[in-house]
Write a protein that binds this ligand. Structure first.
Ligand code: FBP
Length: 266
């Protein structure tokens, strides 16, 4: 059996670290996410940023992949998704199969779980099938592990994020996306309990200042993360490409926040 972690790293971390541009917000949050930078409503703009900044991948839902994916950047096809119109206990179900994702050109598939939700069992059940299919089609599985609902009161509390990381390992992730805890020390514990599975820091809502987000990225890398899988903190910014290139200098080039600040404010 192929080592799917190695396969993931070969495609999505060619330079030893990874930046993935997440773009499934049209379903998760709706087009209001594009109001800050209306260019971001166009998936071609997202592909252009990812390509020109030299990112390792993009994340699309099936409909976007069908209509816009051009193969210029490796694709993680997000198999499930939910809307912000829904108000019950969190649940996200697949709208695409692994086989369809492969035929759409995906190099990895993504699946969100909401551990803690009254429906966690349903997502775990569906994940069992998806994992089986991912192995069959020899494609890495990236798990978005976002504890939510049930007893969860703070999704970014260090113990909650560490638990999220461990769950992703336990259920068979080949890479995972987890939220930042706020500091490198506690995030390092989440990375440790993720074991062999590479960790990508999720971006979260756009921070007030660019520097604030860059400090989070620096902290995550210091903690041992493989990289970042970020959406709003890139494409909601007015000069998204410039900011994307600065992120690339930090993540791939090993630059520190203090090194890139002059460029940021130039
Ligand atoms: P961001 O960097 O914009 O936070 O994107 C990461 C992501 O996981 C997206 O893939 C997804 O659409 C979004 O966050 C979901 O965020 P949430 O469920 O926390 O609102």
């Amino acid at each position: 059996m192929t080592n799917l972690i190695e396969k993931f790293l070969k495609i999505f971390a060619r330079r030893g670290r990874s930046i993935i541009l997440a773009y499934d917000h049209g379903i998760e949050h709706g087009p209001t996410d594009f109001l800050e930078n209306p260019d971001a409503a166009d998936p071609e703009y997202i592909l252009k940023i990812a390509r020109e900044a030299g990112f390792d991948g993009v994340v699309f839902q099936r409909g976007i992949a069908e209509k816009y994916y051009d193969g210029s950047v490796p694709l993680i096809l997000k198999l499930n998704g939910k809307t912000s119109l829904y108000a019950g206990e969190p649940i996200s179900v697949a709208n695409c199969t692994v086989e369809e994702a492969v035929s759409l050109g995906a190099s990895a598939v993504g699946y969100t779980i909401y551990p803690g939700s009254g429906y966690e069992w349903k997502m775990f059940e569906e994940l069992r099938t998806i994992k089986k299919e991912a192995v069959k089609f020899d494609i890495p599985l990236v798990i978005w592990s976002y504890p939510r609902g049930g007893k969860v009161t703070n999704e970014t509390a260090p113990e909650v994020v560490a638990y999220a990381a461990r769950i992703a390992l336990e259920v068979g992730a080949d890479a995972m996306k987890i939220k930042y805890t706020g500091d490198p020390k506690t995030f390092a514990w989440a990375v440790k309990v993720a074991g062999k599975v590479p960790v990508l820091m999720s971006g979260g809502p756009k921070t007030k200042t660019e520097e604030e987000f860059l400090r989070q990225v620096e902290g995550a890398l210091e903690a041992g993360a493989l990289g970042i899988a970020v959406g709003r903190n890139v494409w909601q910014r007015k000069d998204a490409l410039k900011f994307a290139k600065i992120l690339a200098e930090m993540v791939y080039g090993g630059k520190k926040v203090t090194d890139v600040l002059p460029e940021l404010y130039r």
